[in-house]
Design a protein around this ligand. Sequence first.
Ligand SMILES: Nc1ncnc2c1ncn2[C@@H]1O[C@H](COP(=O)(O)OP(=O)(O)O)[C@@H](O)[C@H]1O
Ligand SMILES: [Mg+2]
Length: 212
Amino acid sequence: MANATTSDVIAFIEAYAGVVAEHKRELTKLDSAIGDADHGENLDRGFKAALERMPGDDATPAEILKAVAMALVSKVGGAAGPLYGTAFLRAAAAIDGREELDTAGIVEALDAGLAGVISRGKTELEDKTMVDAWSPAVDAAKESLEGGAECSEGLASAAAAAEEGMKATIPLVARKGRASYLGERSAGHQDPGATSTYYLFQTLADMAGSDG
Ligand SMILES: Nc1ncnc2c1ncn2[C@@H]1O[C@H](COP(=O)(O)OP(=O)(O)O)[C@@H](O)[C@H]1O
Ligand SMILES: [Mg+2]
């Protein structure tokens, strides 16, 4: 794949906003089992707001991600808005000033986003959160990049790892967020945030795969 330009980053945000809208009910249903039944609505509201205030393609990729972060932080209450907001903000900082992103740059942004969630959420692996999908996805992307894989291949393996991580949240007992209030009763349900994170990586993989 050629380097990702600002237009590609905008196209990614548009695509992910569409995926979130499409899966809004499913995400909210997952949250109704172990939370307060708003995860789909929260993200849908946040990404719709992000689309409304999207800068033009004369902005840098970092400026696009920063605008998304601001929309998420200001429009989405609860845990996931500020957490995804922090992720997009940290991702923006990691690629600040660059006009285009090569594969390594994309992975840097994803890695910085993960670090943002972890520091803001004080999250560890197996807390039954979005980190359980995000962290293995970044590991898989790094590993395939180091092995010399193409961007599309690296992002496909990241999405596969995110999906596996998402499914692996099912048996876990939540230690963070609202689901943790349920204690042992949170086991047996897939984490909504890990699910929306899987969709994020799947959207990236689909985009990278479709333009070669
Ligand atoms: N400390 C945390 N670190 C990482 N992710 C978290 C944390 N707390 C909650 N989450 C994620 O947020 C998701 C819930 O998001 P959402 O329903 O939108 O917010 P809220 O829990 O405030 O209603 C959870 O499924 C989980 O993945
Ligand atoms: Mg919720």
